[in-house]
Design a protein around this ligand. Structure first.
Ligand code: F0G
Length: 468
């Protein structure tokens, strides 16, 4: 028999209790938090889908590896183990451990960026963009137009638009483009994968213009799984083999190991260019630590080395991607509008379509995220106008193209019944969607406002609710 159920391919050895609160209690918690889910204490959350970053569960082998950690300041054995694993996986020679992804970004862009430079990517993740822009350089996202429509189903919606990439290089001059970047999977575009064909295409362009190609590889294993299951001709290869090819098409990479590294903290930068490596190592010493530990403890280097070996296990990845797809399918059956197809680490709700009666000026994504918390204790994050709107030349807010709510899943943490619970809450909420009101901002900082802004719900009598 070929079983249909995709079960969690692990047994649970240590458990963390979840506090159960009432709707009324959560209402009070959210009010006190200024209707900002980042200000809610994690103990007041039932299912925490805020991020898949650093929130995963380590395996018994990883906990065991912690005890093997060599905490020597220089020449730690744990560093050489990690270096070996990263070299085997990526084929890249120089491996610099950092405390997380953005530390690697800061080092890399301190060297390569600066005013007048233009970085070209499928999509830059927020911290990548912020590190580039902080230096005075520009970060340009080149997603194909059809990939920007939430309801359009494409197998590799994270791809870079290769024609637009060449046009951009011609426009700004190859000498002003320090890197071509592929974020795999493409987090900003909904955790969507990049095809091997697209990476090969980017490689050809990189060669033609003499520009290095780098991977932002936080979720490389999920990307390789999508290649295996969706790209013609890749079905018979192992995930590891596909991942190895992805990396060998690049000149370098950086990783937030808090995702597919299966650890709670860590990252690295890996490159082939000895000059770049030497410059990066100097900055590493300045801000992170000595090159054989960088920003990490010896035990964490061990756990990461172990995690990078485990993450390409096909049973794990099948469970991982299947649980996300399972949630998406159940939500679609309930009519809940989603970004399709579901990504590797998250399901994104299309809040514009979910709450057509809440105008963008009243932040439908944020309103939906608050309702999900109050109704079900589920914490998510708005990826829409609270996060991305900017002030236009006329002083008015220019809203984000899409109003999404990300439900990102920690790795190996929640089971199918947790997912079933999320479906139940969302299906109920969707049936009562007209009751959900918009919000207004009452206090906000000058930048990255989504972390600390305070909101209040708009009272029904003053709200602009077309359908109530
Ligand atoms: N690159 C990508 C694609 C990411 O998703 C992240 C983090 C980073 C770089 C930065 O790495 O957090 O280790 O410094 N993404 C998290 C998220 C925060 O919730 O998506 P970091």
């Amino acid at each position: 028999m070929q079983p249909k159920t995709i079960y969690e391919p692990f047994r649970i050895k240590a458990v963390e209790p979840i506090k159960l609160a009432t709707r009324q209690e959560r209402q009070r918690v959210l009010e006190k938090a200024g209707y900002n889910l980042f200000a809610v204490e994690a103990d007041d959350v039932l299912i925490d889908l805020l991020t898949d970053s650093g929130t995963g569960a380590m395996s018994a082998a990883q906990w065991g590896a912690l005890m093997q950690g060599d905490e020597s300041y220089a020449g730690s054995r744990s560093f050489y183990r990690l270096e070996g694993v990263v070299r085997e996986l990526t084929g890249l020679e120089y491996v610099l451990p950092t405390h997380q992804g953005r530390a690697a970004e800061r080092i890399l862009f301190s060297i390569l960026a600066g005013s007048g430079k233009v970085f070209l990517a499928n999509s830059h993740f927020d911290t990548t963009r912020a590190n580039i822009e902080y230096s005075g350089a520009t970060a340009r996202d080149l997603l194909p137009r059809e990939a920007q429509v939430p309801s359009t189903i494409l197998p590799f919606k994270g791809n870079v638009d290769l024609a637009a990439l060449e046009r951009s290089i011609a426009e700004v001059g190859a000498e002003n483009v320090p890197l071509i970047i592929l974020t795999v999977t493409n987090n900003t575009a909904g955790g969507q994968p990049v095809s091997l064909e697209n990476i090969r295409g980017a490689r050809k362009i990189a060669d033609r213009y003499g520009i290095p190609l780098f991977l932002d590889c936080a979720r490389f294993a999920e990307n390789a799984y999508f290649i295996k299951t969706r790209e013609p001709g890749q079905q018979d290869r192992s995930i590891r083999d596909i991942a190895r090819e992805m990396f060998r098409l690049a000149d370098g990479c950086w990783m937030s190991a808090k995702k597919d590294g299966l650890v709670n903290m860590g990252g690295f930068l890996a490159v082939n260019d000895p000059d770049l490596a030497a410059k990066a190592r100097n900055l590493l010493i300045l801000t992170e630590g000595f090159p054989t530990y960088g920003g990490m403890a010896g035990r964490d280097l061990e756990a990461l080395a172990q995690g990078l070996e485990e993450v390409t296990d096909e049973n794990y990845l099948q469970y991982r991607v299947r649980s996300i797809a399972y949630l998406a399918e159940a939500l679609q059956q309930a009519g809940v509008p989603l970004l399709l197809p579901p990504g590797g680490h998250a399901v994104y709700l299309d809040a514009k379509a979910f709450l057509p009666h809440v105008p963008q000026s009243q932040y439908p994504g944020h309103s939906l995220a608050c309702a999900l918390y109050i109704e079900g204790g589920i914490r998510t994050v708005e990826v829409g106008s609270v996060m991305f709107a900017h002030v236009g030349p006329d002083g008015k807010e220019v809203y984000a193209q899409n109003e999404l709510v990300r439900m990102a899943f920690p790795r190996r943490v929640y089971t199918q019944s947790h997912v079933d619970y999320v479906v139940e809450v969302l299906a109920d909420l969707y049936a009562r969607r007209h009751e959900i009101r918009g919000v207004r901002i009452v206090e906000q900082p000058p930048f990255l406002r989504h972390f600390t802004a305070r909101f209040e719900p708009i009272a029904p009598e003053t709200a602009d609710l077309a359908s109530v």
